[in-house]
Design a protein around this ligand. Structure first.
Ligand code: NAP
Length: 246
């Protein structure tokens, strides 16, 4: 059977890495962004390109309607939509908090709902991988908005994995530390910022979207057939170890 995967946020840093690795592994792709031009710049004429804002019910359903019209039912789904909004709780604006929730949590909720709905209608098994953050696992200053949104994503993943296990639908998440993508330009854009960020990790350095994409593609594959309801950290030890304690 032909393997078809959906990548949302496909014009972003992580989305492009995941799409490239899925294509390499033989998946046909449906790629999504809110802007057609960004998809065309990233993919030329390749793949089924769907313009939609998946942080709304209508937008997320639209992706699956277009895919269905092209006889493409994605049985794998990588949700690479999100943003980083940093700022202390008492200073973060209502607009920034709403933008953070929309991009990171609301989009995950609606698009995962549309994905499992389409699979159930077709009586098909499948697999989804969402993206959390190390900030959901350990308290880091000024990350209140993104930590709250990503903790929501982790709760969504566990509950949905339980609901749809009987349908053969696996749902997991990955939780990276900082990665070199457009979302982190404000932090990594200067040599000083980059160096300071790299030194915060027990295994010093900055993560690459390609490393995380490798894990995500594995989670979507049959090699991970017994894995569901998990959040896999790839954060160089940031959320779990204290190497300086003697
Ligand atoms: N980079 C990091 O350091 C880091 C660390 C931890 C977690 N993450 C997570 O990794 C995932 C991928 O992000 P990235 O690093 O690849 O960043 P990115 O290059 O900025 O890509 C994220 C994509 O999300 C889409 N998006 C943003 N806001 C949206 C909204 N309100 N509704 C719909 N789509 C929206 C954008 O796509 P369009 O504008 O093309 O629609 C954008 O290309 C995100 O979930 C992010 O939170 C990143």
């Amino acid at each position: 059977m032909e393997r078809i995967a959906l990548v949302t946020g496909a014009a972003g840093g992580l989305g492009q890495s995941v799409a490239a690795k899925l294509a390499e592994a033989g998946w046909r792709l449906v790629v999504n962004s809110r802007e057609g031009e960004r998809l065309a710049r990233s993919y030329g004429d390749n793949h089924l390109q769907v313009v939609a804002d998946c942080s709304s019910v209508a937008g997320s359903r639209h992706i699956f309607e277009v895919a269905k019209a092209h006889q493409m039912l994605p049985t794998a789904f990588a949700h690479c939509v999100g943003n980083i909004r940093l700022g202390a709780l008492h200073r973060l604006s209502e607009t920034d908090f709403a933008a953070c929730l929309n991009a990171n949590l609301i989009s995950a909720f609606y698009t995962l709902a549309a994905f499992v709905g389409a699979l159930r209608d077709a009586k098909c098994p499948g697999s989804a991988v969402l993206v959390s953050s190390a900030a959901a696992r350990i308290g880091t200053p000024n990350h209140e908005a993104v930590a709250a949104a990503k903790a929501g994503v982790e709760g969504l993943v566990r509950s949905a994995a339980a609901t749809y296990a009987g349908n053969g639908i696996r749902i997991n998440a990955v939780a990276p530390g900082i990665m070199d993508t457009p979302a982190s330009t404000a932090i990594l854009g200067t040599a000083m910022g980059r160096d300071a960020a790299a030194r915060q990790y027990p295994l010093p350095g900055i993560g690459s979207p390609d490393e995380l994409a490798e894990l995500m593609v594995w989670l979507l594959s049959d090699k991970a057939a017994r894995v569901t309801g998990q959040v896999w950290s790839m954060d160089a030890g940031f959320s779990t170890i204290r190497p300086l304690v003697r």
